[in-house]
Design a protein around this ligand. Structure first.
Ligand code: SF4
Ligand code: MG
Length: 329
């Protein structure tokens, strides 16, 4: 459970002045165990920062992160090491995240060694089991990363991430660097591992089609804030926040006849700088429904129906809801 997560960066001082970038600004959500929450939004909206701060790879500015009933934001080194076993990260580039001078066997043995878990034959058996879990032959153990294709390398990265049988994995653009044909294989691997090991994923991606396929729930971020979060079907076919509606309308529809039923919503202007986000609702400079209140007051993050949260002044009741929905139709 993430509550009011905030991460501010300070820019390098320029003539004595340093500016604050609110990379993540008061984000709250709860993950459901064994499920996948997708996190989408334009680049620079704070998605990766959310992932990194949850894993404690980046120190949060304020907020609370509770894992398994335990607050993990202020752990000492020992406690942190124990928790780390349960929290892992898989990121985009399988080329740079593997040590080129290590054989796969060594790469996969490393987490066990760090935690002093297995040795000798037992360790080799563990490595073999990991390779099997990610669909690589046992002979892979004696090879180096450069001997594998991009997709195979990502399998090795995944094997390393699940070595200690974590409970929660942040996947940050895990298939973005791969060919489309390979993407679906890796995505299927993610879902089979989820079933087999009971994993919970936070799946960060700018690829809306991939996120739709893997997620149970989806959160949409804009300029450091969550604007909407809900069940995947709700978000993709019946979103309430004007930004989500615009984002979803930009997904290409494969069938030409379907195209007619969904107009692409064009947003005015450019994405504002996170150094200087607009007052009130951050989205008001580009929103087609902007009213006076939106320029003054920041909309609250509210659960408007079970497990569906929105931050927009217009989405208050059924009647206003139909106003935004009506506009789309
Ligand atoms: Fe648009 Fe106002 Fe809703 Fe912001 S609060 S998304 S500006 S209608
Ligand atoms: Mg990113």
């Amino acid at each position: 459970a993430v509550k009011n997560l905030t991460k501010y960066y300070h820019t390098k001082p320029f003539f004595g002045h340093s500016k604050v970038i609110k990379a993540v600004d008061g984000v709250s959500f709860e993950l459901q165990a064994g499920k996948t929450m997708g996190l989408v939004g334009e680049s620079g909206c704070g998605k990766s920062t959310v992932g990194k701060t949850i894993l404690n790879l980046d120190r949060l500015t304020s907020g609370s992160i509770v894992f398994d009933g335990q607050e993990i934001t202020h752990l000492n080194r020992d406690e942190l090491r124990k928790t780390r076993r349960n929290l892992q990260l898989i990121f985009q580039d399988p080329y740079s995240s593997l040590n080129a001078r290590m054989k796969v066997a060594e790469i996969l043995a490393e987490p066990f060694k760090i935690h002093r878990l297995y040795r000798g034959a037992e360790l080799r058996a563990q490595v073999e089991q990991l390779l099997d879990l990610v669909g690589l032959p046992p002979s892979s153990a004696q090879k180096y990363p450069h001997e594998f294709s991009g997709g195979q390398r990502q399998r090795i990265v995944i094997a390393r991430a699940i070595a200690l049988r974590p409970r929660f994995v942040v996947c940050d653009e895990p298939v973005s660097a791969l060919d489309v044909s390979v993407q679906s294989q890796i995505i299927n691997l993610f879902s089979s591992l989820q079933k087999e090991l009971g994993l919970t994923y936070l799946f960060i991606s700018h690829d809306l089609s991939v996120v739709r396929y893997v997620s149970d729930e989806v959160g949409v971020m804009y300029l450091g804030k969550l604007v909407e979060l809900g069940q995947v079907d709700r978000i993709y076919s019946n979103a309430l926040h004007p930004y989500t509606q615009a984002l979803m309308s930009s997904i290409p529809v494969p069938h030409p006849r379907l195209q007619r039923s969904r107009e692409k919503i064009i947003l005015a202007g450019d994405l504002p700088s996170p150094l200087n986000p607009p007052q009130g609702c951050h989205f008001h400079t580009r929103c087609n429904f902007c009213e006076e209140q939106c320029r003054q007051e920041e909309p609250r993050w509210r659960e408007i129906e079970p497990r569906h949260w929105v931050a927009c002044h217009l989405v208050k009741s059924k009647t206003v809801k139909s106003k935004t929905e009506g506009r789309e139709a």
